[in-house]
Design a protein around this ligand. Structure first.
Ligand SMILES: Nc1ncnc2c1ncn2[C@@H]1O[C@H](COP(=O)(O)OP(=O)(O)OP(=O)(O)O)[C@@H](O)[C@H]1O
Ligand SMILES: [Mg+2]
Length: 217
């Protein structure tokens, strides 16, 4: 379970909080979409929930453990093994091929060989069979985004955070990604929280969270 208590983020050089006193509870196995206008705080919330950024005030709890109290090396482990993150602006390493990018977290965790088969399956599931050995510069924006989605799933995370995973995709490919999320959520019980501006994609989640001006609606 992920819980927040009065979660607040004020960026330096900014006077208005990007998030103000968010109290939220997400149970294990939930399938959640996060919606709201541009600038409402969706990415900020996703970063804080996933431990990739730290709050100005307030707390995030994983299974009732305050993230602030978790030692740094345990946080690294949590991020590498239990948390998958799809960035709004996907960051692939340009010098690695698609499959090498997908396997990067596995390499870090020294689980390269046992995850190779899964990496092929995931690339297939995001519609990139046959693209395994392409470099990012040889892929379209949407194809790169789908590689990043496969990379976020390679460690079979307990929690998946995806910041506009369908942002660069046409409706058919977007549908395929949401179908994959739905399947992973049902089959593995993965907690999935994704940001989208698309009403239809947002409705596919079993719970919708709306943000406006840094607050929950
Ligand atoms: N590093 C930063 N420094 C200062 N202000 C920031 C920073 N990052 C975000 N903000 C501000 O915080 C607010 C929330 O930003 P955030 O990126 O969370 O919005 P969002 O809902 O994800 O928007 P979008 O749909 O455009 O991605 C915005 O007003 C933004 O300008
Ligand atoms: Mg955003």
């Amino acid at each position: 379970m992920i819980k927040t208590h009065n979660l607040t983020k004020i960026f330096p050089r900014s006077t208005v909080p990007a998030l103000k006193e968010i109290n939220l509870e997400i149970q294990d196995g939930e399938f959640v979409s996060l919606v709201g206008r541009s600038g409402s705080g969706k990415s900020t919330l996703l970063y804080l929930l996933s431990t990739l950024d730290t709050p100005s005030e307030g707390d995030v709890f994983y299974d009732d453990i305050n993230v602030k109290m978790i030692p740094q090396e345990e946080i690294f482990k949590l991020r590498n093994k239990k948390i998958g993150f799809v960035f709004q602006f996907h960051y692939l390493l340009q010098e690695l091929t698609a499959i090498e990018n997908v396997l990067l977290p596995a390499r870090k965790a020294k689980e390269l060989s046992q995850r190779r088969e899964l990496s092929l399956r995931l690339l297939d599931e995001v519609g990139l069979k046959g693209f395994e050995n392409r470099y990012p510069s040889e892929l379209s924006g949407g194809e790169q985004q789908r590689v990043a989605i496969a990379r976020a799933l390679i460690m079979e995370p307990t929690y998946l955070f995806a910041d506009e995973p369908t942002g660069n995709l046409d409706s058919q490919n977007g549908q395929m990604i949401i179908d994959l999320f739905d399947k992973i959520n049902r089959e593995k019980g993965t907690t999935i929280i994704y940001v989208t501006h698309d009403k239809e994609f947002a409705a596919r989640a079993r719970r919708q969270i709306s943000l406006a001006d840094g607050a929950l609606l």
